[in-house]
Design a protein around this ligand. Structure first.
Ligand code: GRF
Length: 261
């Protein structure tokens, strides 16, 4: 992959400032990549306008309509043809001790939404999927479609906190509310958990006495715009090696090694 341009599919939900940073980095040749398609679960996401302006094809996966139909009448949701409920249930980590039926309904509805993404962005049409402010959890149904080789994950996410601290939807808010003196952002490969995948890169900033949540978010976003293109370039240059290592606590964890140039 080091010689050919890395084809990126981006998923967004909102403003798309990270998407813009990646589009700009591609245009500036700071990364050997090209954003070839942008999808959103939100038809009003401003990021879709950014993509169109850059000449990138876009699509919308209508999560809202599919999930609302499932809520109204769960039996009406027919899973996609290749959906293997037992396999997905065994792999998912979103409902560790949860109710089996609830987990199946949740995963079936998400897989239906994800099937609409896979239709517009088939796994062989992109080399890398970037979640750039995509506010939906992705399930093993989606993840396995891209990660055919466990040693070569192909989905990245950017998270607004220094993982493993403050996973979830409000990384900067949680960091600030906790009284942290340092905040940051993390780019990681996506695995079956929420914000738990192998870490590729992190950047941090000081939280000073006169900072408020707004200034913390501004500082963080400015770093995200540097961090995501840098991590994507490492992927595009084939410099990310994922391996499972046994840790001192006896747990086996996948970590990323950055290979030299
Ligand atoms: C970023 O802070 C990102 O880390 C988080 O959502 C925000 C998206 O911002 N996941 P944008 O849509 O890229 O402007």
């Amino acid at each position: 992959m080091s010689k050919k341009t890395c084809r990126i599919g981006a998923l967004i939900s909102g403003g798309g400032s990270n998407l813009q940073a990646v589009i700009d980095a591609c245009a500036a040749k700071a990364i050997d990549a090209k954003v070839v398609v942008v999808g959103s679960d939100n038809p009003d996401a401003f990021g879709l306008e950014r993509a169109k302006k850059a000449g990138v094809p876009t699509f919308v996966a209508d999560y809202g309509a599919i999930l609302a139909a499932g809520k109204k009448d769960p039996a009406s949701l027919k899973p996609p043809p290749n959906f293997d409920a037992e396999k997905i249930l065994a792999r998912q980590k979103l409902f560790p001790n949860g109710n089996r039926q609830k987990a199946i309904s949740y995963l079936t509805a998400r897989a239906l939404c994800e099937a609409t993404i896979l239709e517009k962005m088939p796994p062989d049409s992109v080399d890398l999927v970037i979640l750039a402010g995509f506010m939906r959890v992705v399930t093993p149904y989606f993840i396995d479609a891209f990660n055919m080789d466990p040693a070569k994950p192909r989905i990245m996410n950017i998270h607004p906190a220094l993982l493993p601290s403050f996973p979830g939807v409000d990384g900067y808010g949680d960091t600030f509310a906790y009284g942290c003196k340092v905040g940051g952002a993390t780019v990681h490969f996506v695995d079956y958990g929420e914000d738990t995948g192998p870490i590729i890169g992190q950047k941090c900033f000081a939280i000073l006495p006169d900072d408020d949540l707004d200034s913390v978010k501004k500082k963080g976003l400015a770093l995200e715009w540097q961090l995501y293109p840098e991590c994507i370039q490492l992927f595009a240059a084939n410099r990310l090696q994922v391996s499972a290592k046994k840790q001192a606590d006896g747990q086996t964890r996948k970590t990323v090694t950055i290979l030299p140039k």
